[in-house]
Design a protein around this ligand. Structure first.
Ligand code: NAD
Length: 426
């Protein structure tokens, strides 16, 4: 019987979930976790999959697959983004939910991990279609989300407007306003100031701290940023503010490269006018996303999507430091090659944790109906990011681990410690 169960392929068995699982297995021996607790944390607690009818503007109906995966509720409600993308799958959500668990616990936030999304092509959808889809998604997930159960946030191709529709749909069903059901909302309905910039700003806080440890200065450094969305655009601007030169950025269409440094305001304006056509940005050399990853630079920020640095291209990455703003942008093989080549990787669960940290601040403020200002928020974010970075750096030195392994070990230890204290029910 046990053999049959083990051999049956699991629904979330995909390359990305395999990456998350393998990272977990590799970290376990250093995390001092009992067998039962280790086994409990190997898979998500719950996965919800629905097929969802959405009326398009031409009055045709599309039935779309949609997901919400919750990995661990040991430390508190689960937390994680909602993405709209043609590749969303149960396995992808499961992997991202697991990483969210380690990220939240590494930052010592009272949350577990979740992730969800709809398999669709958001770039081909109108605002009205996106709104209908978001409201239907929220209705479908009513029974598994909630301020004490699971709190969604923006992710790829979703934004504060998406969160406003989710909050409204949830609140309409409840009969009163429930701002604390989502984070990353507009400030007018309980969003936190600085939430929109938090992930990108956090990425640069981690880069800065790493530079301090290494005796490097960001001033004058050459940086390349893949993905010019909510994370990448802010990270690029923050790098420039610290005196670095951003020589290339990209979006889904490709990238723009200028040896003297790009004018980021002009790039932002271009993106607003030409929704994702950065490859045609005037006054810069056009590069493909593959070429962009191989440009010589000091810091390469990955802020687009998963599985970008792989066995095929890791040998050609010419950065001294890779900062993972995206989730899972480096495959297991890619990671090994970068480590062998002495390229420092600032791992996703640490580097992009600024977003969930300010989401936590937002949830706390919504629950208390008491709001903080920008300086307070930025200060508290820096404290959290610096504390997590220093613990990871210390553990990596003490145990001779890569920063990724050290971050995972630190995160797993927190959740496992809590589950051991609570005990596995019943
Ligand atoms: P976004 O949709 O705002 O931006 C994504 C960017 O990546 C866009 O510029 C898009 O054009 C580009 N892109 C999409 N497909 C691409 C492809 N195939 N090749 C190259 N570029 C491509 O999303 P975001 O919120 O900035 O998220 C980016 C990454 O950061 C994701 O991995 C997400 O999970 C992660 N992340 C986001 C947050 C957050 O607060 N938004 C927090 C933590 C992690």
């Amino acid at each position: 019987m046990a053999e049959t169960v083990e051999q049956a392929p699991l629904e979330w068995d995909t390359p990305l979930f395999n990456t998350a699982r393998t990272q977990y297995e590799q970290a376990l021996p250093y995390a001092d976790v009992g067998d039962a607790v280790a086994e409990r944390l190997r898979f998500p607690e719950r996965a919800t999959m629905v097929s969802m009818p959405v009326r398009m503007d031409d009055d045709k109906w599309h039935v779309l697959p949609a997901y919400r995966v919750q990995h661990s509720s040991v430390l508190g409600p689960t937390k994680g983004g909602i993405r709209y993308d043609p590749h969303v799958s149960l396995g992808e959500c499961a992997a991202l939910a697991m990483w969210m668990t380690w990220k939240c616990s590494l930052l010592r936030l009272p949350f577990g991990g979740a992730k969800g999304g709809v398999r669709c092509n958001p770039r081909e959808m109108s605002i009205a279609e996106l709104q209908r889809m978001t409201r239907r998604y929220t209705s479908e997930m009513m029974s598994v989300i909630g301020p004490q159960e699971d709190i969604p946030a923006p992710d790829m191709a979703t934004d504060e407007q998406t969160m406003a529709w989710m909050m409204d749909t949830y609140s309409m069903q409840k009969g009163y306003a429930v701002p604390e059901v989502v984070t990353g909302k507009p400030i007018s309905i309980g969003g936190a100031v600085f939430r929109a910039e938090a992930t990108g700003a956090g990425v640069v806080m981690v880069i800065e701290r790493a530079c301090e440890r290494l005796g490097w200065s960001l001033d004058g450094m050459r940086c390349v940023v893949q993905g010019f969305g909510k994370v990448g655009a802010v990270a690029a601007a923050e790098l420039v503010e610290r005196g670095a030169r951003v020589v290339a950025v990209s979006d889904v269409s490709g990238g723009a490269y200028a040896e003297g440094g790009l004018d980021l305001e002009a790039v932002t304006e271009w993106i607003h006018l030409h929704r994702h056509d950065l490859i045609e940005f005037p006054g810069a050399e056009a590069v493909t996303n593959d070429e962009l990853l191989e440009l010589p630079c000091d810091v390469l920020v990955l802020a687009a999507l998963e599985e970008q640095v792989t066995a095929e291209n890791a040998g050609d990455v010419k950065a001294a430091m890779v900062a993972e703003g995206a989730n899972g942008p480096t495959t297991l093989e890619g990671d090994e090659i970068l480590a062998d080549r002495g390229i420092l990787v600032l791992p996703d669960i640490l580097t992009n944790a600024g977003g969930v940290t300010v989401s936590y601040f937002e949830w706390v403020q919504d629950l208390g109906r008491l709001f903080w200002n920008r300086d307070e928020t930025r200060f508290k974010l820096r404290e959290k990011m610096t504390d997590a970075f220093d613990r990871v750096w210390g553990l990596s030195e003490e145990r001779g681990l890569t920063l990724r392994s050290a971050a995972l070990v630190a995160g797993i230890r927190e959740v496992a410690g809590a589950l051991t204290a609570r005990g596995i029910y019943p």
